[in-house]
Ligand binder design. Structure first.
Ligand code: PEP
Ligand code: MN
Length: 297
C-alpha cells in the first residue's frame, strides 16, 4: 500500500480511521430502517438501472426481495451519456419507488444528480446515490450535508481513492457523516469490460476509512455474465455489500440491459454467494492494519 496512506490523514479527518482517537476497530455502521450497513451483515441492493414502469419496478422489487436483497435500487433521474437516451421518469419514478417500498418493505436507494433535486428525492428515498459522474459535483455534495439521509457515494470513473475520500470528507464536513463508499469500476486501458473493477479498493478503503464500502459489479462488468463472479470477489475481499442491476427482461431495458441480471440469474447469484461470505469473515480478520508512521502526507 502506498506508504502515504499510513501517514496523517489530516485532510480526511472525518472519514479516516484514526489510531489515536478511535483504536483499530471503530467502524461506522449506518442504519436504514431495519438494515445495518457496515456491520456484520452483507447488504444487497438490487433493482433496475432505471425505473421504467409500475409493472417493471414492482415485479423486480418482489423478485429481489424474495432472493434476499433488502434494498431496492432504481434511477428516477438518470445521467445518460446520450441526450437522446431515456432520461428517467423523475418524480413519477420516485412515487413508484415509494409504492414498491410499501409493497415489499425494501428500503430505497436512488440517484440524485443536482442540488436542486435533493429535497424532493430525500422525501422519497432512504439512501441518496451520488453517481460516478457526480463524485466531484461539490455543490451537490454540500447540499447532501443537510439532507437527513445516508449518501451512497460512487467512485468517479477516473478518480483515485484519495479523491473519493476527499469527496466523502466534503459531505461529512457539510454535516452528514452517514456515507457509504462504492467501488463501481474505473476507466483503464482495458476494453474487454466496461470498466475495470478495482478490487483492491475494498481492503484499502476498509483499512484507511471507518466508512462502509460496497461494490457495484454491474457497472464494472458491463456484461451480465461477469456480474456473479465479480460479486463473489467483492464478498471475499470484505465488501459490506453489493449494488446490482436486475431487470425482468434485460433485452428490453431502457438502460444498461447488457449488464442487468434476469430474476433467475439474480437468485442463482445470491445462492452461490453463501460460501464466499464465510470466507469474508476471514478476510475481515486478515485486513491490512493501519500503521501510524507520523510523517506528513
Ligand atoms: C447507476 O447506478 O445506474 C449508475 C448510473 O451508476 P454509475 O454512476 O456508477 O455509472
Ligand atoms: Mn446503470
Amino acid at each position: 500500500m502506498n506508504p502515504k496512506w499510513n501517514g496523517q490523514f489530516s485532510c480526511f479527518d472525518l472519514v479516516a480511521r484514526n489510531l489515536e482517537k478511535a483504536g483499530q476497530s471503530l467502524r461506522t455502521t449506518i442504519r436504514v430502517r431495519e438494515i445495518e450497513i457496515g456491520g456484520n451483515d452483507f447488504v444487497v441492493m438490487a433493482g433496475p438501472c432505471a425505473v421504467e414502469s409500475e409493472e417493471q419496478l414492482l415485479t423486480t422489487a418482489e423478485a429481489v426481495a424474495g432472493a434476499g436483497a433488502t434494498i431496492l435500487r432504481g434511477g428516477a433521474y438518470k445521467p445518460r451519456s446520450s441526450p437522446y437516451a431515456f432520461q428517467g421518469l423523475g418524480v413519477e419514478g420516485l412515487k413508484l419507488l415509494r409504492k414498491a417500498r410499501e409493497q415489499t418493505g425494501l428500503a430505497i436507494v436512488t440517484e440524485v444528480m443536482s442540488e436542486e433535486d435533493v429535497e424532493v428525492i430525500a422525501e422519497y428515498a432512504d439512501i441518496m446515490q451520488v453517481g460516478t459522474r457526480s463524485m466531484e459535483n461539490f455543490a451537490l455534495l454540500e447540499a447532501l450535508g443537510g439532507c437527513g439521509r445516508p449518501v451512497l457515494l460512487k467512485r468517479g470513473m477516473t478518480a483515485t481513492l484519495e479523491e473519493l475520500l476527499r469527496s466523502a470528507q466534503v459531505i461529512a464536513m457539510a454535516g452528514n457523516p452517514e456515507i457509504i463508499l462504492c467501488e463501481r469500476g474505473i476507466r483503464t486501458f482495458e476494453t474487454a469490460t466496461r470498466n475495470t473493477l478495482d478490487i483492491s479498493a475494498v481492503p484499502v478503503l476498509k483499512t484507511v476509512s471507518h466508512l462502509p464500502v460496497i461494490v457495484d459489479p454491474s457497472h464494472a462488468a458491463g456484461v451480465r455474465s461477469l456480474v456473479p463472479v465479480l460479486a463473489r470477489a467483492a464478498a471475499v475481499v470484505g465488501s459490506d455489500g453489493l449494488l446490482v442491476e436486475v431487470h425482468p427482461v434485460p433485452e428490453k431495458a431502457l438502460s444498461d440491459g447488457n449488464q442487468s441480471l434476469t430474476f433467475q440469474e439474480f437468485r442463482d447469484m445470491m445462492e452461490d454467494l453463501g460460501p464466499y461470505l464465510e470466507i469474508q469473515q476471514k478476510a475481515r480478520q486478515l485486513r491490512p492494519q493501519l500503521v501510524a508512521t507520523g510523517g506528513a502526507d
